[in-house]
Structure formats: structure tokens, C-alpha cells
Design a protein around this ligand. Structure first.
Ligand SMILES: NC(=O)c1ccc[n+]([C@@H]2O[C@H](COP(=O)([O-])OP(=O)(O)OC[C@H]3O[C@@H](n4cnc5c(N)ncnc54)[C@H](O)[C@@H]3O)[C@@H](O)[C@H]2O)c1
Length: 539
């Protein structure tokens, strides 16, 4: 257990956008999006962007002239392009043209990279604010009041569907900006609460959490003495930063699934004893799912259980392994065979740590996020189908929330939580048959398609689902076929799965995006067909 300098750092920038979410202001003309946005940008020290200004710059002429010379469709096309240019999360305040989010693609992009807020107002007030502003082509003409009513009617569904709404009718620009600055969306760190397993804990997702570790642990009532456990890839990246903020002992375990073992666990116990860790101590687990499971299990069992904090540094650990309170280690006979429910006192998901994540690890997390969308978030699935090909920061937030909701319904994994196993019966068997040469994320991707094919063969899912799942996986560069593995061995490996009941494999199958069914049994011949169809070379 010694520090190692073998960091496998590689920024998976093509997939992950670690910048803080934008604040995107939408709403009708006269609601004050531009004036409020500019002021809010100044207050929060964020860049302010107005999509109308971008369009004017693009066209080299004012909007009313674009309307006159090229017509509304040309303007809308430029607006879509403007949204595309600024949607990526970059800590901006964006004022969106009033009709920009009527375009479904622009809305999906803006939601992936930001938090939307709709500024509203009584029509008379909006109209009074607009005054004689002749630059509004949609309101030009004999009766601006009627035109505004028509426009509000046409856009009603779009505006109403934005969850955060601020009525600006009786507020000044300064007051609206004040209000927005106080909303959680203006904070760079999102706080979520997990109420189960009891006593519950907070999940913080955001920036600069590690550099403020000492204060955040104290806030969560996790008190010193602290012992940080990390692995040989992650420790060299963060030991110095952590030591600068936290008085602690620091233990480095070798990286990799092989070390989620009894041997490493016993070494941890011994090092805890040598470092004077006692019942009042706090274990701080910093790393991917392996470190969190291992150090969390050490905390669950050392001196009958001590408190711990989870600091996930892989996407999979952020959206999955750090949540739900399950901790454990592997045995030679199988994965996660020894374990406990021992929730952390806090989860601090510092997204800046994902900057060094190798691409293959980012894709593993992504496969789990597609799984989450299929299980319980149809909108997230649609965003993944037609939105950006980078991972929206807000998607991470939604995937976390979904897992927390499922755990909340079934903290001890006796029912609903089984859904989280979607795709994993196939995935575990493929991983085991490949002797773990097939990375987990790739196995999950193929497994998700396997579960969907099974649902389709059983005539249980929407007819287009198989194509849709395959398209999403391919869109994000995930595999949908395996090669070089023997079907009999894969079926044998399925029979070893610890989630079998009474000797039969039970599957979770998707019915449509956002809905799955668990505990599904299928004839072996059918499962064999599905496995064969997942082989490379099969259409
Ligand atoms: N407890 C649960 O509910 C739960 C849920 C899902 C998965 N898991 C467990 O999680 C484990 C898999 O987790 P994982 O995918 O995070 O694997 P991992 O912990 O092995 O991390 C993957 C690799 O990335 C490296 N790494 C981690 N963070 C890094 C960073 N920021 N920069 C560079 N390299 C970094 C690690 O050293 C390792 O080599 C499995 O053991 C699985 O059983 C647990």
C-alpha cells in the first residue's frame, strides 16, 4: 500500500463537459430576458450571451431587417445555429430569443448544458415595457396587443413546460436579477438529498468541492480524525490538494477491480489500526466505484462501523456507485459477494475530477446513464437520442436523481431497485466469459441491447425500441456486438449470476423509454438466440 505515480490521465473532453451549467432565460418579449441576463451575468461574474445579438452578428443586420429581407424561416434557422453555438455548459447567462425554445432540438441542447428559467409577466405589462419598440417584427402592425396575445397563446405550452418560472409583472430588472441570483440554479453546486437508507445524506454535485473539503465534511458533521483512502491512479492527482485543505492520514491502495478484495481490506484494517483510526474517525473514500465499495465496506465493518464520506472520481461512481449505500468486496468466487448497506455521511461529486478520466471509463459511466434513462427518464432518453453527442451536465444531475428515487422506493433492494440490473445479466456474463477483457461499460452497452432484444422477442416492448436503443448506443460510440466469445460459455456464466432465483435467470426488460419490468423469465432457447444475435457480423 504505497503511493504510485502511475496516473492513467487522459481527458475525455470529447464526451464530458465539466464547465458549470449555464442559466438560460426564456420567456415572452417584454419579460426582460436581455436586461435581466446582462445584470445577472455581472452579479454572478458570468459571461452574458443574447441569442438575438448572435443572430444579428451572424446575419450582419438587425433582426427586423432579416425578417423583411429573408423572412421568419431564415431567422429561425439562424436562431437554431445561435443556440447550437452557446448551449454547451460554460458558466454563461444566456438570454434566449422568445421563440427559440419552440424548436425541440434547441430546447434539448439548452437543457443539456444549462438550467432553464422562464420569465413571465401580465400581457399589459409586457406590452407597456415594449412600448413603441418597432424592432420587434412579430409585434409590428395595427394591433400589437392582439399580436402579443396570439404569440403568448402559440407559445404557451413551451413556456409552461419550463419548471422554473419567475413572474416579473411587479418587479424591476434589479429585483428579478436578485431573485434569480438566489435560486439554486445560480449556484455552481447542486445539492440533492438522499433520504434512504436512513438516516439519509446529502449529495453535492459541482465544482471546487475537493478544495473545500474540510468545511464540507464539517457541514455534514463528519468530524476528524480523517483518513483518506484512494487508489494508485487517483491519489497522485489529489493528495497534495487534499492535504492542503485537510489534516488527515492518506492511504493509497493499488488501482483495479482485483484489489476490491479480502487481502486489500485486511491491509486497510491494519493500516487503520496503525494510523490510530478509532470510532470517532471519518473515512474519506476518493476514487471510482472500487475505492468507494472497498473503503465504504472497511468503514462499515471496522470497529462495528464508523462514518465515511464518498468522493466519486469516475462518471460511473458519480451516477451510480456512490449512491444507495451499498458497499462491499469481491471473493474469488464472484463479484460483490461480501457486503453491507452503510450509507456515507455525504457524497461530494466534484466534477472537475472527471477531467482526467480515461475515455473508456467515461463511456462506462455513459452506458449506465443510458440505462438510467431507459429505466425511468423518457425525456433524458430523448435528449440522448437527439441532443448533443457530449454528456450534458444536466444529464448527470438527472441520472443521480433517478437512482436516488429508486433507492428511496426500495432501500434494501427487495423490489424496485432490481430495475437497476437492466442489461447487467447479459453484461456480467459477457465480462466473465471474456475474463474481464471486455470493459464493463462496453458489456453494459451490449447487455442493454440484449435486454431490449429479449423484450422484443417476448413481444413486450414498443416495436421501435430495439432500433432506438441501438441508435443511442452507436451515437455515443458504444458497442452493440461482441466477438470471439462462445455462446455456451456465456449461457453458463449467466447461470452463475448471483441474482438468479431458484436456479433461473431473471431479466429486467425495457418496455419503452422510462419504463422497465423486472423478474422476467425466458426459455433458454430464446436467450440463446438473443446472445447469438449480439455476435459481431449479425445484422
Ligand atoms: N456500490 C454500488 O452501488 C455500486 C454500483 C455500481 C458499481 N459498483 C462497483 O463500482 C466498481 C466500478 O467502478 P468504476 O467504474 O468507477 O471503476 P474503478 O474504481 O476501477 O475506476 C476505473 C479506473 O479509473 C481510475 N480513475 C478513477 N478516477 C479517475 C480520475 N478522476 N482520473 C483518472 N483515473 C481515474 C481508477 O484508478 C481505475 O483505474 C465495480 O467494482 C462495481 O462493482 C458499485
Amino acid at each position: 500500500m504505497s503511493p504510485s505515480s502511475s496516473g492513467t490521465s487522459r481527458v475525455s473532453e470529447s464526451l464530458l463537459r465539466m464547465q458549470p451549467l449555464n442559466i438560460v432565460l426564456a420567456g415572452p418579449p417584454g419579460a426582460g430576458k436581455s436586461a435581466v441576463g446582462r445584470l445577472l451575468g455581472e452579479r454572478l461574474n458570468r459571461e452574458f450571451v443574447d441569442t438575438d445579438t448572435l443572430v444579428e452578428r451572424m446575419a450582419g443586420k438587425p433582426i427586423h431587417q432579416i425578417f423583411e429581407e429573408q423572412g421568419e424561416p431564415a431567422f429561425r434557422q439562424m436562431e437554431i445555429e445561435a443556440c447550437r453555438q452557446v448551449a454547451e455548459p460554460a458558466d454563461r447567462v444566456i438570454a434566449c430569443g422568445g421563440g427559440a425554445l419552440m424548436d425541440a432540438g434547441s430546447r434539448i441542447l439548452m437543457e443539456a448544458g444549462g438550467t432553464l428559467v422562464c420569465l413571465t409577466g401580465e400581457p399589459e405589462v409586457l406590452l407597456a415595457r415594449l412600448g413603441k419598440d418597432g424592432s420587434r417584427p412579430l409585434l409590428a402592425g395595427a394591433s400589437p396587443s392582439e399580436r402579443l396575445q396570439d404569440l403568448l397563446e402559440a407559445r404557451k405550452d413551451t413556456y409552461d413546460s419550463i419548471p422554473a418560472q419567475v413572474d416579473t409583472t411587479s418587479l424591476s430588472v434589479e429585483q428579478v436579477a436578485d431573485r434569480l441570483a438566489e435560486l439554486p440554479l445560480a449556484k455552481r453546486t447542486v445539492r440533492m438529498t438522499a433520504s434512504r437508507p436512513r438516516p439519509g445524506y446529502e449529495v453535492l454535485l459541482g465544482e471546487e468541492l475537493i478544495s473545500n473539503l474540510s468545511a464540507l465534511l464539517e457541514q455534514a458533521k463528519l468530524l476528524p480524525p480523517y483518513v483518506v483512502v484512494s487508489d494508485s491512479n487517483v491519489a497522485p492527482l489529489y493528495e497534495e490538494i487534499i492535504r492542503a485543505t485537510l489534516e488527515c492520514s492518506f492511504i493509497t491502495v493499488p488501482a483495479g477491480e482485483n484489489h476490491k478484495s479480502q487481502e486489500t481490506l485486511y491491509q486497510l484494517y491494519t493500516t487503520f489500526l496503525d494510523s490510530g483510526v478509532d470510532r470517532s474517525s471519518t473515512v474519506v473514500a476518493l476514487g471510482g466505484g472500487v475505492v468507494l465499495d472497498l473503503a465504504g465496506f472497511a468503514a462499515a465493518t471496522y470497529m462495528r462501523g464508523i462514518r465515511w464520506a464518498a468522493l466519486p472520481t469516475t462518471l460511473l461512481a458519480v451516477v451510480d456507485a456512490s449512491l444507495g449505500g451499498k458497499v462491499g468486496i469481491n471473493l474469488a468466487e464472484g463479484k460483490n459477494l461480501i457486503g453491507a448497506f452503510h450509507p456515507p455521511g455525504v457524497v461530494l461529486a466534484d466534477l472537475s475530477t472527471l477531467a482526467t478520466l480515461p475515455e473508456v471509463e467515461a463511456r462506462t459511466g455513459l452506458a449506465e446513464m443510458i440505462k438510467a434513462a431507459l429505466i425511468g427518464d423518457a425525456d433524458l432518453f430523448t435528449s440522448m437520442e437527439s441532443g448533443p453527442t457530449w454528456i450534458g451536465r444536466s444529464w448527470i444531475h438527472r441520472a443521480i436523481q433517478l437512482k436516488l428515487t429508486i433507492v428511496d422506493e426500495d432501500p434494501q433492494e427487495s423490489g424496485r431497485r432490481e430495475a437497476l440490473n437492466l442489461g447487467h445479466t447479459f453484461a456480467h456474463a459477457l465480462e466473465a466469459t471474456s475474463r474481464y477483457r471486455l470493459p464493463h461499460g462496453q458489456a453494459v452497452a451490449i447487455g442493454l441491447l440484449g435486454a431490449t432484444r429479449l423484450a422484443s422477442a417476448l413481444d413486450r416492448c414498443e416495436s421501435t425500441l430495439e432500433d432506438r436503443v441501438q441508435e443511442v448506443l452507436l451515437r455515443f460510440g458504444l458497442p452493440v456486438r461482441f466477438s470471439g466469445l462462445d455462446t455456451d460459455r456465456i449461457l453458463d456464466a449467466m447461470k452463475q449470476d448471483k441474482k438468479r432465483k431458484q436456479g433461473r435467470s431473471r431479466f429486467v426488460i425495457p418496455i419503452r423509454p422510462g419504463r422497465v419490468e423486472s423478474g422476467i423469465e425466458a426459455p433458454e432457447a430464446l436467450i440463446r438466440d438473443v446472445v447469438d444475435e449480439l455476435r459481431e457480423g449479425t445484422p
